[in-house]
Design a protein around this ligand. Structure first.
Ligand SMILES: [Zn+2]
Length: 672
């Protein structure tokens, strides 16, 4: 019997034949695909002809076609519908895939061909997109150390290996600390806690074999506990335990790991000729330099701190009115902030939900995409990879654009969170290829399924990533869709969130699922006002973390990261009652891998862009302004990574954004 993953996919839209694929097909399919990719890479590297763009770069673009196809199906399934067999295969594949990637970048004859093309690029008569793709390939080789020789090359491998060991240890220590700490709660300790918190504490107790409810360090339990528990001494114990993760001494302490990781990263950057790890890491990003990142963070810092200090005074007065003296402490903030929120902004989430049915919100997000970009959606008959998954053909002016799959409901086999992935990316090389894009969410099932406002925002967010994939119009997969700088990739998604809160969108789509009535205006106003609540606090705790991350990697690595952290926070004057969102010993964005190292600022960078991009629509007086939408698609959404992010942005907007739109969006403008 032939392996359906390896056969040609001839069904409608060349979708993977989901119904025919069995788990045991994946391992042999990966073997075959890796063998084929290896053979293709060897053929390119050993080609006796002089290197050309076509026989080297384009050939590499096509070398892993089968591997991409098998991996696209597998990794989506492994995340969205995992089984023990799929998990085992994922563990098995991790070193194989990493090994193959490093084989490619460490292939000397292959690198020599790419380097020769790069040196002679002026004479190649390349299109702008080809020139960009060549540059990205060349830099990928250089940045992974392909040009190093002898001792430097050996040292680079040793540094990378050690970093992989240390970052795994960092994650595992953190997991151990989070798993091991819990505190039994007596009946009187449950005072003031809403039913859902009590339930979660009882469930946590059952999981740990305790007699009754327990408090754990799980964010979804400890944050509401800090919000609702009136027992100050318990809040203090809980908060201190939560923020001590990774810094408890003994075998799970992460402080020495952090120091060694920082030192090795600096060494790695210096081996490649960069003055610091931040300089190395930021080079391909839109921000480009540590100075640009610092400048952004500090411009937002001042108004955020001013707002947080003013809010802190109000909360301290509330605490004093409770008969407690002294300063507001970090374990008091969430408790008094929640009381204030109820007093000033409360609305009943339960009253909101009937207006936000999943069906209505899918209608809203499709309608916005239609009004902005002319896209049309026709639901397809499944089945897809799970009975809950729905699919649509996306067309424009009668032409096929993409297939969009929506996998919206939580289930035990799905990892948490929400994401967008492409089972197939858009490209033109080797024949026009239309994308297959999936949005995966974790909404609660119901009849009908009703969303919270946060859920609806997630739906719009992930669909923004999907638009970036579906509207992609490039030749090379290397720069397709969301293959852009990390500090640019959240722009389309965060921008798309803005349309959810456009009053006419709510008016048209946020209708009661039974009566069809629009959401009452008072409820809508409260909903929109609540969006900026306590943003001084959130912004301050975020920037504190982003700045420490940046200073860790800019310049010489600190021998004592905890002392460096204290120094950075003292210099900006972090308010007493607020601490870093993630302190160093549990800052996994930065230490459990390289992804967000000297990159934690990216969230705010993207927010500056999305706020200013939406302002471009608002300035026309029409949130669906056709000319602005057309420019957004032409300059950004269709271009993927085929141009540097700052050039795409300047084409769209004409100037780099200030922080005003972000401050306005966070309600911090009058604190500036
Ligand atoms: Zn996102």
């Amino acid at each position: 019997m032939t392996n359906p993953l390896l056969a040609g996919w001839t069904g409608p839209f060349e979708l993977p034949p989901f119904a025919e694929i069995r788990d045991e097909d994946f391992a042999p399919a990966f073997e075959a695909a890796l063998t084929e990719a290896r053979a293709n890479i060897a053929t390119i590297a050993e080609n006796p002809e002089a290197p050309s763009f076509a026989n080297t770069i384009e050939a590499m673009e096509l070398a892993e076609g089968l591997l991409d196809r098998v991996a696209g199906v597998f990794y989506n399934l492994a995340g969205a519908d995992s089984t023990p067999a799929r998990e085992a295969l994922m563990r098995d594949l991790a070193p194989k895939m990493a090994g193959f990637a490093s084989e490619v970048t460490m292939n000397r004859p292959l690198f020599a061909r790419v380097a020769a093309l790069w040196e002679g690029r002026e004479g190649l008569a390349l299109t702008a997109e080809q020139a960009r793709v060549l540059e990205l390939y060349y830099k990928m080789f250089i940045r992974s150390g392909a040009a190093l020789e002898g001792e430097a090359a050996a040292r680079m491998s040793a540094v990378k290996e050690r970093l992989a060991v240390l970052s795994t240890a960092f994650s595992q220590n953190l997991l151990a600390d989070e798993r091991d700490w819990f505190r039994p709660l007596a009946e009187e300790d449950l005072e003031g806690l809403p039913e859902f918190v009590v339930e979660a504490a009882r469930e946590a107790g059952r999981e740990r074999g305790a007699e009754g409810p327990v408090l754990t360090l799980n964010r979804s339990l400890i944050v509401p506990f800090l919000q609702f528990s009136p027992r100050r001494e318990l809040r203090e114990i809980a908060y201190e335990a939560w923020t001590a993760r990774g810094a408890n001494g003994g075998p799970t302490d992460n402080r020495a790991n952090a120091a060694e990781i920082l030192a090795l990263r600096e060494e790695r950057a210096r081996l490649l000729g960069y003055p610091s790890f931040a300089a190395y890491k930021l080079e391909p990003e839109m921000a480009k330099t540590p100075e640009h990142v610092r400048d952004l963070l500090m411009r937002v810092w001042a108004p955020a701190k001013a707002r947080a200090e003013a809010d802190g005074e109000i909360l301290a007065r509330m605490m004093h009115a409770d008969g407690l003296n002294g300063a507001l402490e970090p374990w008091d903030w969430r408790y008094y902030s929640e009381k204030r929120r109820v007093a000033e902004h409360d609305f009943d989430e339960a009253a909101l939900k009937p207006y936000l049915s999943l069906e209505a919100m899918i209608g809203a997000v499709f309608d916005c995409a239609h009004r902005l970009f002319g896209l049309e959606f026709r639901e397809l008959d499944g089945p897809f990879y799970h009975p809950d998954v729905r699919g649509w053909e996306v067309t424009r002016n009668g032409h096929h654009v993409a297939v969009f799959l929506g996998d919206y409901f939580a289930r035990g086999s799905k990892r948490s969170g929400a994401w967008c992935s492409a089972l197939r990316s858009q490209k033109k090389l080797g024949g026009e290829t239309h994308p297959i894009v999936v949005n995966v969410c974790n909404f609660t099932k119901g009849s009908p399924a009703l969303l919270s406002h946060d859920d609806a925002r997630t739906l719009f967010h992930e669909f923004g990533h999907a638009l970036h994939q579906m509207l992609s119009d490039v030749t090379y997969q290397f720069v397709s869709g969301t293959s852009v700088a990390r500090d640019f990739v959240e722009l389309p998604s965060q921008l798309n969130e803005h349309w959810l809160d456009v009053p006419e969108v709510l008016e048209k789509h946020a209708r009661h699922w039974q009566t069809g009535e629009p959401m009452p205006k008072a409820l809508r106003d409260k909903l929109l006002a609540a969006g900026t609540y306590d943003q001084g606090f959130s912004t301050v705790e975020y920037i504190a973390s982003a700045l420490v991350d940046l200073e860790f990697h800019d310049g010489a690595a600190p021998a004592d990261p905890m002392a460096k952290q204290a120094e950075v926070l003292a210099a900006i004057g972090l308010p007493h009652a607020i601490r870093m969102r993630h302190a160093t010993p549990h800052f996994s964005h930065v230490f459990s891998g390289d992804g967000y190292s000297s990159g934690y600022y990216s969230y705010m960078w993207s927010e500056v862009m999305d706020a200013d991009a939406f302002a471009a629509f608002e300035e026309t007086g029409n949130p669906f302004d056709p000319a602005t939408a057309k420019r957004l698609e032409a300059c950004i959404l269709s271009k993927g990574g085929s141009r540097p992010a700052d050039e795409e942005w300047l084409d769209f907007r004409g100037k780099m954004p200030g922080v005003e739109a972000l401050l306005k969006g966070r309600g911090l403008l009058d604190a500036a």
